[in-house]
Design a protein around this ligand. Sequence first.
Ligand code: IPE
Ligand code: IPE
Ligand code: MG
Length: 249
Amino acid sequence: MTSTEKSSRLPQHIAIIMDGNGRWARARMLPRYVGHREGVKAVKAIVEACRNKGIRALTLFAFSSENWRRPRDEVGLLMDLFIRTLKKEIEALHRNAIRVRFIGDRDAFPEGLRELMTEAEEKTRANTAMDLVIAANYGGKWDITRALQVIARRVAAGEIKPDDITPDMIGGEIALEDLPEPDLFIRTGGEQRISNFLLWQLAYTELYFTDVLWPAFNEHALDEALQSFASRQRRFGRTGDQVEQLKGA
Ligand code: IPE
Ligand code: IPE
Ligand code: MG
């Protein structure tokens, strides 16, 4: 395999639902927060691995708009861990030329955390090694709704007509609009569902589900996902023969 063929089989953008922290802890008779704490270690390892492999963008689901339904203590511990991790890791991310951003509704977060998020984004804005996107208080339905509100305002102002609305226009207002669409979606923890993660953006993403619980997800497990991705034929509606011909052209 030539190097161009190899790199074209590497996803440009990976999106991950990091699930299974609680079950990882329970299996060890430990409190759930220990699972979350170990989960942060897995985040570090996977960010580093993706950067070293030349992945262009990595989007991680850290906290869903539905996770507020968890017991108050767990939500509080997750917020603390989020704040502590950001404070601790931002320098190293910056040193590694990683550009960090957050997607999701920030209004619900404590002010200190919101400030940290902005600070991290501003500090790393010009970095080019990899985009790291953290989805926090994110929901796919929220994302689409917000995009439609922006467009509806343009209609109300008379700038455009309802019939002018196109999928590209909606895609231009939605989160991650400036990044390649995720090529590979990974969900750890054994569940096979999207849980209101990126809904619009995953339209043609390759889906990969693994039983490995997030704190145990390491570079080896990532390589397995990448191998599965490399073996798939992405047809985007065409026939397999057409895809082969296009490759030869
Ligand atoms: C994912 O692990 C982390 C978050 C949702 C914040 P879980 O906490 O959902 O772990 P399980 O699914 O209970 O094992
Ligand atoms: C999805 O995991 C959200 C994150 C990993 C942040 P959940 O554990 O919250 O998903 P459900 O509720 O089992 O679908
Ligand atoms: Mg879960």
